[in-house]
Design a protein around this ligand. Structure first.
Ligand SMILES: [Zn+2]
Ligand SMILES: [Zn+2]
Length: 125
């Protein structure tokens, strides 16, 4: 018994982690496109999508999972090396991902610079 069930694979058939894929950028893709802001950043371990965490106003990392089925994210915060699996709702382990592993250390948290409202703390989820 190996647990594999035909037809139950992810939409793109991937294992959830593609370690060689570089991150999409230094900030949340959707927030940068729409003028939003984020608290912490998460990195899709399958396609490199950078999205904002569940404390952020728009929660784009979770939305990315819901839209694509990519099940595993890694922290994109400097120094953090944890992975999270949406399917199990638990932290998990993962391989070394393609650099850069995290957003630039000088990038402000929350970010991006200039788009964060003064009362951001009261806007967190
Ligand atoms: Zn976002
Ligand atoms: Zn993805």
């Amino acid at each position: 018994m190996c647990g594999y069930r035909k037809g139950s694979s992810l939409p793109h058939g991937g294992p959830g982690i593609a370690a060689g894929v570089a991150p999409s950028g230094t900030g949340c893709q959707e927030c940068q496109a729409g003028g939003g802001w984020w608290f912490h950043l998460r990195r899709c371990a399958q396609c490199g999508h950078i999205g904002c965490c569940d404390s952020s106003p728009s929660q784009h990392a979770t939305r990315h999972y819901q839209e694509t089925g990519h099940p595993i994210i890694a922290s994109f915060e400097p120094g953090e090396d944890w992975f999270y699996d949406y399917r199990s709702g638990a932290m998990t382990a993962g391989p070394a991902l393609a650099p850069p592993r995290w957003h630039p250390a000088e990038q402000p948290v929350p970010g991006p610079q200039g788009s964060v409202p003064r009362n951001w703390e009261s806007l967190l989820h």
